[in-house]
Design a protein around this ligand. Sequence first.
Ligand code: SF4
Length: 525
Amino acid sequence: MARDKYSKGDDLVKKEQGTIVKDWGGRLPIALIYPNTYYIGMSNLGLQSLYRLLNSYDDVACERIFYEEGMVYSLENLYEVYEFPVLAFTVSYELDYFNVVSLLKQSGVPLYEKDRDNNHPIVIAGGPCIISNPVPLSPFIDCMCIGEAEALIHLLLNVLKDRGLSRDEKLEALAKLPGMYVPRYYNGGKISRQYPKSLHDVPASSAVLTSETELGDLYLIEVERGCGWGCRFCMVGSAFSPIRFHSAENIIEQAKKGLEYRKRIGLVGPVVSDHPQIEEIIGAIREMGAGISISSMRIKPLYESVLKAIVESGAQTITLAPEAGSQRLRSVINKRIDEVDIMNAVDKAAEYPIKILKLYFMIGLPSESDGDIEEIVSLVNKCRDILNAKRVGCRIDINIAPFIPKAGTPFQWMPMADEKTLNRRLSFLKRKLAPLGVRVKNESVAWSHVQGVLSRGDSRIAGLLAAVEKVSLAEWRQKAKELDIDLEHYTVKPWDTGIHLPWDFIDSGASKEKLIDECKRAASL
Ligand code: SF4
């Protein structure tokens, strides 16, 4: 029997717990769109929290839409994209920009905001990429949210729900709100990033549980936002500062609730082990009989109790991020750990019966030389010696990602390494490490370059995104050529700190002088 158009979505919803289905009568329907698959999106705590937050308003009916073949309709009530008066994209990765554009093209909603009228939905976008640099997507979006949802949503909804306003009047009103970038009504001023001062009233945890997602066996709870370590390549510091923590009581309370659905709790945050009461939290969750997984921990400090809890909870992999092989390069990126710290962490990890030690490195970092790459090999070798000495039978996997300059960070002016250099360094690492039994995984060099273009993109890149019909590297390069866009300008060319940046109108909270100072300090090492 032929399956109908909606059977894929129906099947997924049947496996969910926590789906919120509301009648549209008298309510404002909002399509919350994750521009990637259901499997990826449903493990995104930002999407989950937003779904709960929007649906906490009785007069709002928020439904999810994913970018998935054969399933681009809302899961709750099976509406098409164009039937919603409001579309809200949450964008976490630059490469998902292609999906935002493609979804709009397929949906019957005009791609460019300038072509929309009263018959069309208001298209909103938010998320880490939008906060840092909204420019490459701005011609396609009516209103971009510069900041965290909890600080923006109330005023935003008041305008959207106002039946006395026309579509255009709504956009005009939105443009006057703090943290809103409305390209049609932009007056040239700075847009300040908005965020809640405290996380006390904004607990964030899984809203809809399903096994059909990457982290499907976990109940996710946010532990913190922001990060105070100041790695110069990292966007967390600029897009989510200052660091704020959820209270231990709140986290423990949510874990209790989570246990009704899952046996394991996933603690989420940029550096979960930074929570001042992390040991207390982990102890309390373990006492409830729950397993624990944490999304990230630093090499220093590394708490034994945290390690013990995650291994006892069944983790067979410990992940650490030295990021660079040499001490000089770790200082350049401001990682604030040295080789002794790394060896101590491996030594501690080797006390436990883990199967895999996973190490994250970046290549193509500013000022990197072949010698720095050789030091990755020697560092991995030293880690292996420690594991061998303890006879733990643990394998080492390394993950390699090319450095990509991110808007709003001290490295926003720094160039990427060219593709040839990155590929050569990658091959060297594979050649040297494979015989040691080390598995090397890497991000695609070519796609990292595309990501680099989108990350430092301007309005010309919006035109390129719109021109790409079928997403492929060949098409991307061909369309860039047709549009006379020099892709290398956005990737391998260094930018002078004095130039005007496309995202200069975003006030993230960090002064440009401080970013320049950090960038120059790195360059002097
Ligand atoms: S890389 Fe990690 S530790 Fe460094 S600033 Fe980013 S989140 Fe913090």
